[in-house]
Design a protein around this ligand. Structure first.
Ligand SMILES: CC(C)(COP(=O)(O)OP(=O)(O)OC[C@H]1O[C@@H](n2cnc3c(N)ncnc32)[C@H](O)[C@@H]1OP(=O)(O)O)[C@@H](O)C(=O)NCCC(=O)NCCS
Length: 223
């Protein structure tokens, strides 16, 4: 695919993410507090009065269970508010791939039926992995992050995996104290990657350069 066509496809996806996130805010009361972040006025929802809480729970924590398909937009809105979404990753595609893989799961934490956190976990046949851990900014420092990580660890432990890994972006190094408090340690390894689709790789490289410039400009402005 030509780079311009690929870029257009990426923009269409980003629009879909933004629209779905706004829709989620209307539908999911938990996320209404996040509306200003997406520039969206949020009307009252019928879900305010009746919140279903029928997700299958994990063995060790009844507040955490596998996300239903109807949770996905709320989860993406949450991840967006947590600063976890990047233009080169479509979170809906990531959720679909996780579900279809047969060796991954999207877990959500609910407080009185409302999604307050989410994490994706899975394994590659050797180690477990954790992605997209996020807690609603309004619900932080109340133990939800710890409980979500414990649920991901339980899921991997139940499948006989001896270890579990995760990636922390350099610009998010402030979160390292959280993982250290939970007993996670630096692997001492450097993480390498390679994009497997050459068209997407080209677009992704441009998007990453643009993102890095924006982060650097923001850091410069804060000095
Ligand atoms: C990281 C995050 C998930 C933590 O969620 P949380 O619900 O606030 O965390 P908890 O309340 O479970 O905290 C667990 C422990 O870690 C500590 N902790 C939490 N955030 C911390 C931080 N940023 N730095 C250092 N320690 C931290 C808490 O004090 C707590 O210790 P305690 O139980 O002894 O009091 C949340 O801040 C978040 O969503 N951040 C944005 C998204 C993100 O960066 N995700 C990680 C991607 S790698």
């Amino acid at each position: 695919m030509a780079p311009v066509a690929a870029l257009a496809q990426v923009h269409r996806r980003r629009l879909r993410v933004a629209l779905s996130a706004r829709e989620a805010i209307r539908e999911a009361p938990t996320c209404r507090a996040l509306a200003p972040l997406l520039g969206s006025p949020v009307p009252r929802s019928s879900e305010d009065d009746h919140v279903s809480d029928t997700i299958p729970e994990t063995a060790n924590d009844p507040a955490i269970g596998e996300a239903r398909a109807q949770d996905d937009a709320a989860v993406v809105a949450l991840w967006t508010a947590c600063g976890l979404v990047r233009p080169w990753n479509d979170p809906f595609d990531d959720i679909r791939l996780c579900r279809e893989s047969g060796h991954g799961v999207l877990l959500v934490a609910r407080d009185q039926g409302r999604v307050v956190g989410a994490v994706m976990t899975g394994h590659d046949g050797h180690r477990g992995a954790v992605y997209y851990l996020g807690v609603d900014p309004a619900a932080r420092r109340a133990g939800w992050g710890r409980r979500l990580v414990a649920a991901a660890e339980d899921w991997c432990r139940a499948r006989g995996l001896p270890k579990i890994n995760l990636l922390v972006r350099k610009e998010n190094s402030g979160v390292l104290g959280f993982y250290e408090a939970l007993g996670w340690r630096d692997t001492g390894c450097v993480c390498l990657y390679r994009a497997l689709d050459p068209d997407k790789a080209e677009v992704e490289a441009a998007q990453k350069a643009e993102w890095a410039a924006r982060v650097a400009a923001k850091a410069g402005a804060g000095r």
